[in-house]
Design a protein around this ligand. Structure first.
Ligand SMILES: *[C@@H]1O[C@H](CO)[C@@H](O)[C@H](O)[C@H]1NC(C)=O
Ligand SMILES: *[C@@H]1O[C@H](CO)[C@@H](O)[C@H](O)[C@H]1NC(C)=O
Ligand SMILES: *[C@@H]1O[C@H](CO)[C@@H](O)[C@H](O)[C@H]1NC(C)=O
Ligand SMILES: *[C@@H]1O[C@H](CO)[C@@H](O)[C@H](O)[C@H]1NC(C)=O
Ligand SMILES: *[C@@H]1O[C@H](CO)[C@@H](O)[C@H](O)[C@H]1NC(C)=O
Ligand SMILES: *[C@@H]1O[C@H](CO)[C@@H](O)[C@H](O)[C@H]1NC(C)=O
Ligand SMILES: *[C@@H]1O[C@H](CO)[C@@H](O)[C@H](O)[C@H]1NC(C)=O
Ligand SMILES: *[C@@H]1O[C@H](CO)[C@@H](O)[C@H](O)[C@H]1NC(C)=O
Ligand SMILES: *[C@@H]1O[C@H](CO)[C@@H](O)[C@H](O)[C@H]1NC(C)=O
Length: 627
């Protein structure tokens, strides 16, 4: 920044503070930029552009491989990062960035070491929204190895994820996150905040060769956009004629879009027919934002009413009666127009149709408008990261990025549902049965407030069962066939569980009565094969409960007193004390328990088969319950 620039910043700061307008120093200091050379272990400066390329960072896994660039558009880098299936199906970069509006750009490549020389197919998401699908054959067209999207990032970090489609290893050569002005590419109102603008085409009409903004006299705040020639866009038999000027253009390069001057210094015009058409292949039934750039650079057109034309999109009128000189007031002055169109077919054909004089166009940009997808509730994301850690999830399961977004790529073993009131995804079920997990269950699960089913069976999980106590949505809990130890928490008995499987663990102690009674309420329960566990429905607990001990002690003491004291008075007292226990002596403990166990099991079986039927004859058995 030169001295006048600095003076301007100071002046602007003073003026803004006087008038109470928030002054954003950041926009005067230059854009925030991150350029990552994927797979590289060193920082470097590119000779041609002077850009700083950071060594690889912020990634969730993967490996590095040499990059053999044959693409003319790609930056000259030596490495790439690729993600094998053992790294998980979803891998991400998490790069911290200040809140703002960004252009996020990738170059994809592949080689012998990472993909055996075969082109991989995969998908890319930004902030949980799917933005790019690499189509078969992408690597044979230079511009298809390049992808760019514009979006606002407000959560402090750019989350860029690569989703395997089962065809080769996702591989990426470079990732650039380049700040734009907040209101760049403003489509009107606040439309930009809730969408991602995916760049489909950016063309400098009449240009002799493709190039980055940096090569055509700079566009610091424009994200160093790449401008392609228009040669491959012409509808066959309809090629235009290029015109150029060296004259200076006025009114170009203004914030927020800061277009480079060069795009206005060339144009494509057509003399022989009255119509010039470009065709871009698109996804049907999507909205596209079309940006058109004009400046009158033809020496013969010096005033209004000499060149007038309409612009059509797939035959529908987009702009009527454009007279560049009339709109901006003079030749060699830039004009930008934008409009959003819904496209139903797989082609978007933009036609310039002459009304007066020949048509001409200087540059054209087409963006796909992708509505931002919903993300998962923050609390859920943090809880699952914690759970990933405590369960010691292997990296092949992934669990990177957003658990539920994009919806086509939820985390392995995680089922999601949408909460329309909160406008966010939540996790409804986790199923990690038989995944070789060796960690602990942990105590973060209650943060998954809406979890309905959890299946962690057939693993090697150790430690105690944490409190699932207030997970009121939980209806199915399967922790069977693990190495869990400790007590069964009584709070499980408060839940409205349909299924509770704790069998084949090392749980011990007494099964709490509330849990033991769950089958009566219709719960399918299995607590067998826990060597240390006793209680209702299993084997008797070896130590007698306190009440029984007390009664026995009392009767023994009373007996002793009688023996010593004797007499009729004493005989009467003995009857009074022992009467409540007569029943027990008449019916031995063992027999009482057997009856009880059989009846509870009967009840369970009956309940399993006929949920609506009440438990049979439970109260008749109750008096024999020694607990
Ligand atoms: C690259 O980094 C160096 C040192 O951090 C800095 O001095 C230089 O201005 C940077 N260059 C660019 C183009 O950002
Ligand atoms: C890079 O690719 C080109 C063309 O496929 C090949 O001729 C060259 O040997 C490769 N270089 C390396 C270092 O692999
Ligand atoms: C992403 O990066 C931000 C900022 O560095 C950090 O606060 C956050 O924890 C990271 N998120 C994940 C999921 O790693
Ligand atoms: C793009 O078009 C919209 C709607 O017509 C308009 O509000 C907005 O100002 C235009 N943007 C620019 C940068 O001209
Ligand atoms: C396209 O835009 C229209 C009008 O804004 C909207 O109703 C429609 O949902 C959009 N379509 C897509 C696929 O985003
Ligand atoms: C799309 O445009 C291409 C090239 O002009 C043409 O070959 C193709 O038939 C068009 N497809 C449709 C569906 O209009
Ligand atoms: C649920 O239980 C956990 C730990 O037992 C506790 O931290 C949390 O506040 C409880 N939540 C509710 C809603 O009671
Ligand atoms: C847990 O997963 C295993 C394997 O898919 C299945 O056999 C078992 O029935 C599941 N448990 C529950 C309670 O659904
Ligand atoms: C309970 O688990 C045990 C041990 O795995 C098994 O043998 C038994 O069949 C299970 N009971 C029911 C009712 O599924």
């Amino acid at each position: 920044m030169d001295i006048t620039g600095a003076a301007f910043v100071v002046m602007a700061a003073i003026i803004c503070s006087v008038f109470g307008i928030p002054f954003t120093a950041a926009e005067n200091e230059g854009p925030f930029e991150v350029r990552i050379a994927c797979g590289s272990t060193v920082d470097s400066v590119a000779l041609e552009t002077g850009y700083n390329w950071s060594k690889d960072r912020g990634y969730t896994g993967g490996s590095s491989a040499p990059l053999n660039v044959t693409n003319r558009i790609a930056p000259q880098l030596n490495t790439l990062r690729y993600f094998e299936i053992t790294d998980g199906p979803d891998n991400c970069y998490n790069i911290s960035v200040p809140s703002g509006h960004y252009l996020v750009r990738f170059f994809f490549s592949f080689g012998a070491e990472d993909n055996g020389g075969r082109e991989p197919i995969f998908e890319v998401s930004l902030e949980g929204t799917l933005v790019h699908s690499l189509a078969p054959g992408w690597s044979s067209i230079d511009s298809n190895a390049y992808a760019e999207s514009l979006l606002h990032i407000t959560d402090g970090a750019a989350t860029v994820c690569f989703h395997s489609a089962g065809h080769g290893n996702p591989a990426i050569a470079s990732l650039e996150i380049l700040q734009l002005y907040v209101d760049a590419y403003n489509m009107g109102s606040s439309a930009n905040l809730n969408v991602v603008m995916r760049t489909v085409k950016r063309v400098s009409a009449g240009a002799e060769e493709s190039g980055f903004g940096s090569r055509v006299r700079g566009d610091e705040w424009g994200g160093d956009r790449h401008w392609a020639t228009d040669q491959d866009l012409f509808v066959s038999g309809c090629a235009g004629e290029a015109i150029h000027t060296l004259a200076r253009i006025s009114n170009f390069g203004n914030p927020p879009n800061v277009y480079p001057e060069a795009i206005y210094q060339s144009a494509t015009t057509i003399g022989t027919t009255s119509k010039l058409s470009y065709t871009v292949s698109v996804q049907p039934n999507q909205n596209y934002s079309v940006w058109l750039h004009f400046a009158e650079i033809h020496p013969w057109i010096t005033g209004p009413n000499m060149r007038v034309f309409d612009v059509m999109a797939n035959g529908a009128l987009l702009f009527q009666g454009i007279d560049i000189v009339k709109i901006v007031g003079e030749p060699f002055k830039a004009l930008t127009l934008n409009k959003t169109v819904m496209v139903t077919s797989s082609n978007l054909t933009i036609s310039f149709v002459a009304v007066k004089g020949p048509v001409a166009v200087n540059a054209l940009e087409v963006f796909q408008i992708i509505p931002r997808g919903y993300e998962t509730q923050d609390e859920t994301v943090w809880a699952l990261h914690d759970i990933k850690h405590s369960l010691q999830l292997p990296s092949r399961l992934g669990w990177n990025g957003d658990p539920c977004a994009p919806p086509l790529h939820p985390w392995e073993g995680v089922s999601c549902a949408f909460d329309s009131k909160a406008g966010a995804w939540f996790v409804s079920a986790v199923n990690l049965n038989n995944e070789g997990l060796r960690g602990q269950i942990g105590d973060t699960w209650p943060a998954l407030r809406k979890l309905q089913a959890l299946n962690l069976s057939n693993n090697f999980l150790e430690g105690e069962i944490s409190s699932f106590g207030n997970m009121t949505s939980l209806t199915s809990l399967d922790l069977s066939h693990n190495r869990l130890s400790g007590l069964v928490p009584a709070s499980l008995g408060k839940l409205t569980l349909k299924i509770l499987l704790l069998n084949d663990n090392f749980l011990s102690g007494e099964l709490p009565g509330a849990v033991g009674a769950l089958p009566i309420r219709g719960t399918i329960m299995n607590v067998t094969n826990n060597p240390g566990l006793c209680g209702i429905g299993i084997r008797p607990c070896s130590t007698m409960p306190l009440s029984v001990k007390l009664a026995v002690t009392l009767s023994l003491t009373a007996g002793l007193i009688c023996l010593v004291g004797g007499g009729i008075f004493c005989w009467k007292r003995k009857i009074a004390i022992t009467r409540p226990h007569r029943h027990h002596r008449d019916v031995p403990y063992a027999k009482a328990r057997t009856t009880f166990v059989r009846d509870v099991q009967l009840a369970r079986n009956v309940l399993q088969n006929h949920f609506s039927r009440p438990a049979p004859a439970y109260h008749q058995v109750m008096p024999f319950n020694p607990y």
